[in-house]
Design a protein around this ligand. Structure first.
Ligand code: HEC
Length: 110
């Protein structure tokens, strides 16, 4: 198989996997601006719970989306350990309600 067709296959496989997971598209600019991946990863707990753990924990919790948007913007007590998440001002600047909504929707879809 030549390199071109192999790349094509890899690209297709990636597309199928992404579609199968029903993940919301990553709001990459926001994630960068607020340094989410400085502490979180998608699937491995690091300085913070992974986004998959978070999605798993809140899958059946009513109002989780609302609660997490609020927490992302204004802070709140820690749910995973002793270390609370830093406030937006210490991450990358103020976070609008719309941006918080987009980010939480994306996290919960992982
Ligand atoms: C400086 C490190 C750091 C950064 C940057 C960071 N987080 Fe976190 N995050 C944490 C820690 C630590 C926790 C666990 C806090 C707790 O116990 O509730 C956490 C928890 C969370 C939770 C779950 C909160 C809960 O109540 O269960 C969500 C959702 C989340 N982060 C999303 C994000 C998003 C989205 C961003 C980017 C806008 C982000 N985090 C940036 C450290 C960070």
């Amino acid at each position: 198989m030549n390199v071109l067709s192999r790349n094509y296959l890899v690209a297709c496989a990636g597309f199928v996997l992404a579609a199968a997971a029903h993940a919301a598209p990553e709001p990459a600019a926001l994630v960068d601006q607020h340094h989410c991946m400085f502490c979180h990863t998608r699937d491995a707990p690091f300085l913070a719970p992974s986004f998959q753990q978070i999605a798993e924990r809140y899958r059946d919790v009513p109002n989780a989306q609302f609660m997490l948007e609020h927490k992302l913007r204004l802070g709140g007590k820690a749910h995973w350990g002793d270390t609370p998440m830093p406030l937006p001002a210490d991450r990358g600047g103020p976070l609008s309600p719309e941006d918080a909504h987009t980010l939480v929707q994306w996290v919960l879809s992982q």
